[in-house]
Design a protein around this ligand. Sequence first.
Ligand code: AMP
Length: 193
Amino acid sequence: MINKVTVYCASSDKVAPKYFDAAEALGKLCANNDIEVIFGGGGKGLMAKLADSVLQHEGQITGIMPKFMKEVEWQHKEVKNFIFTETMSERKTLLIKDTDAIIALPGGCGTLEELLEVITLKRLGKFLKPIIVFNQDGFYDPLLKMFENCIQESFMRPEHRQIWSVANKVEDILISIENAPLWDQNAINFAAV
Ligand code: AMP
């Protein structure tokens, strides 16, 4: 049963309309399935579109944002549930704390950093939930290729491929969460190569 998902998404307003369409579709999908959305709280870019869509479809959404971003008024104005943190790392900790899954939409360095951190924590058995890479039109192909390179060159193990799942369409994301391989704390035993 999926009650809550964390969505990593970008702050840029300049990306192609297809990326906004996907964020909107994901917001609707979550709201229509009574899945609460946790996000970075931004009022711009894909973050804003996701939140607008959740609210428009009467879903639940919570923003988690460092205080310094609130001070420059980066927060989404219509989202009522907010947690303000001292630091970026505290924000990342809370983003993954009580969630049922992580979904990474296409994004910039902030999204990539969040995604790589949670993949690393899962490798170490410190985060156990599904991580879905939304590979819209092959956006994440270079990163997935990089992971293959890591495995090929023995910086990671083949078992580590099971840490993340790839979804190519928004409508496949919830199925990918449900079908994600189980992962447990014993992952620490094969974290090292
Ligand atoms: P990126 O994928 O690089 O856009 O990273 C998203 C991250 O950047 C999130 O942690 C955002 O909170 C943060 N961020 C950067 N610029 C903004 C902005 N103008 N408004 C809100 N969040 C932003």
